[in-house]
Design a protein around this ligand. Structure first.
Ligand SMILES: [Zn+2]
Length: 227
């Protein structure tokens, strides 16, 4: 049976037909303006194998979460949980988190919500990462040069040849155990700068059971919102 597109986009600037399968399994066909039904069905026929295969794969990939809008009551992530955002006329200029209540921000700062949230996440991540890195570095006699918090979207952390560690501020969103795993992972790279068997064995000694956190990040990392 011919795979059916969920959406056909006619594009004046487009010269060739193209098919995309989005996370979640939606099939999008992009075609030049004036493409006939026959051309479309021929194209689908030619690519039916690829589409079916890709669809099966992408159906298991969750669509990326929506970007934040910073409206009253919107849920924001912190340490693996979601808390409501409260906007108030006389609220704080910088985003503030109160235990048991959630996030607070001045209504006038709503337009800067993304910046305010990033600043909060950056500080939170810096504090959490530094404490964990110090604890494990002392215990395992490891030396690191510096810790930097970045806005990286696709990488949780990295370790340079000079043992400078980078961590994404997005780590503020994940459960503390997952954050700990990323820190220990990068710290282990100060001894083994690769992903060899020796590296994973060493990491397993530093943090037994790390596999659980690793797969949590793989499964849920992309579902966390963008901002
Ligand atoms: Zn690594």
């Amino acid at each position: 049976m011919l795979p059916q597109p969920d959406e056909i986009i006619y594009d004046r600037r487009r010269k060739r037909l193209m098919v995309q399968v989005m996370p979640g399994g939606k099939v999008v066909l992009k075609v030049p303006l004036g493409t006939s039904r026959r051309q479309i069905s021929n194209f689908l026929e030619q690519h039916s194998g690829w589409i079916t295969q890709k669809k099966a794969h992408m159906a298991r990939v969750s669509p990326p979460a929506q970007a934040h809008r910073f409206v009253e009551g919107e849920l924001l992530w912190l340490a693996g949980r979601q808390y409501p955002l409260h906007l108030a006329d006389k609220g704080p200029k910088a985003l503030v988190f109160k235990k048991g209540q959630g996030f607070f921000l001045a209504s006038s700062e709503q337009k800067n919500g993304a910046e305010r949230l990033k600043a909060y996440y950056r500080e939170y991540t810096r504090r959490a990462v530094t404490a964990i890195a110090e604890r494990y570095a002392n215990k395992w006699g490891l030396q690191l040069k510096s810790i930097r918090i970045t806005g990286a979207k696709k990488r949780w952390g990295s370790c340079s040849q000079q043992n400078s560690l980078n961590f994404s501020l997005r780590l503020a969103m994940v459960p503390p155990e997952a954050l700990e795993y990323v820190v220990v992972h990068e710290l282990a790279h100060t001894r083994h700068h690769d992903h060899s068997r020796v590296f994973w064995t060493y990491l397993g000694q530093m943090l037994p059971g790390y596999e659980t956190q690793r797969s949590w990040l793989k499964q849920n990392g992309l579902k966390l919102p963008d901002f």
